[in-house]
Ligand binder design. Structure first.
Ligand code: SF4
Length: 343
């Protein structure tokens, strides 16, 4: 029998759960705080919770923190990659990246991924399963420890498509941002999607304050369909319309991630086509030179081509950043997460 991890419950859900156990709702605050701020690792460790309640909880719920199976540190730039193993053997990788005195954690939402993007190492694992909220929180805690106790931002950009596990990703956002827990600001969190339109619309209508990033990948529809099969279900043109609705409703801009493949989508004409496609959309573009992931068909864009691509977009008034490759020597860069052991 699988016993539910009690960290999956929001504060309000804990309040609902206590009266049927013959306990006061008022214990929910201390319970939540001990679980999420103090990081209790067993039911018996719960601080500020009556022993009688601990007895009842331990019959029905568990706390199952996942161990970090492997930690790799890039000798190139200090990027840290962590491999976590969950109770059933499923694994997920998380990455800690530092630049200009700021540290970000990149979390996985699924073990593997079903989206099948042709350039992505995670895609070759297939989907093992979606992660529960507490398994996302375990990644956060492991990244926080690895970062020395301070994280400035979070991105859901690791293994998996967060919007295909939206209920659990949303729950983890709410748990992490709760003032009695980690109190991590939603405005410092970004969720990245290949373009699951119904969830983009749901996010636009929700009170969540998290940022939205779209994996544009490339501007040409035929090319995108070959690189990211999800294009056939959710075409980029429709995704960008949904992004427009999101921007109008939330008054936030959207981040667009364009992957620069050498000789494929890195020409001036490609940049102009992309600029035309996103004209008028409140956005920031991140250009990500393709990171080798063992797919021999692709090569990264040459640095000069990447800079020219950026200049072309900037000349059209589009705020554009050219992302530096991070952690490529340990397979931690974008598109490289494959849960491979180093030994
Ligand atoms: S790029 Fe993202 S959505 Fe595509 S297969 Fe990889 S993890 Fe999944």
């Amino acid at each position: 029998m699988i016993v539910q991890d009690i960290r999956d419950y929001s504060r309000r859900e804990l309040e609902e759960l206590l009266p049927p156990l013959g306990e006061k709702r008022a214990h929910a605050a201390a319970l939540f705080k001990s679980l999420h701020r103090n990081g209790a690792r067993t039911i018996r460790d719960l601080a500020g919770v009556p022993e009688k309640l601990k007895d009842k909880l331990s019959l029905r719920y568990s706390i199952t923190p996942a161990p970090v199976e492997e930690k790799q540190v890039s000798w190139l730039d200090g990027t840290i990659k962590l491999l976590l193993k969950f109770h059933d053997g499923a694994v997920a990788e998380s990455v800690v990246l530092s630049a200009a005195g700021r540290t970000a954690a990149c979390l996985s939402s699924q073990s593997g991924c079903a989206c099948g993007c042709a350039f992505c190492a995670t895609a070759r694992l297939g989907l093992k399963r979606s992660l529960a909220p507490h398994e996302i929180l375990d990644q956060f805690s492991a990244c926080l420890r690895a970062a020395g106790g301070r994280l400035d931002s979070l991105v859901f950009m690791g293994m998996g498509e967060p919007f295909l596990n939206w209920a659990n990703v949303k729950k983890s956002v709410l748990l992490l941002s709760d003032g009695l827990g980690r109190n991590f600001p939603q405005s410092k969190m970004t969720v990245s999607t290949v373009g699951i339109i119904p969830v983009i619309d749901e996010l636009a209508d929700s009170p969540l304050k998290i940022n939205l990033a779209l994996s544009v990948i490339t501007a040409d529809a035929g090319q995108r369909a070959a690189l990211a099969p999800m294009e056939k279900k959710y075409p980029l043109r429709e995704i960008l319309k949904a992004a427009g609705r999101y921007c109008a409703k939330t008054k936030r801009l959207v981040f667009l991630e364009y992957i620069l493949f050498g000789g494929l989508n890195d020409s001036r004409e490609d940049a102009e086509k992309f600029a035309g496609l996103i004209r008028g959309l409140p956005c920031t573009v991140n250009l990500i030179p393709y990171n080798r992931s063992g797919v021999e068909d692709f090569v990264p864009a040459q640095p000069e081509k990447a800079k020219e691509f950026k200049r072309t977009l900037m000349a059209r008034g589009i705020r554009t950043y050219l992302r530096a490759e991070k952690g490529s020597d340990i397979g931690a860069a974008c598109g490289q997460l494959a849960a491979r052991r180093s030994d």
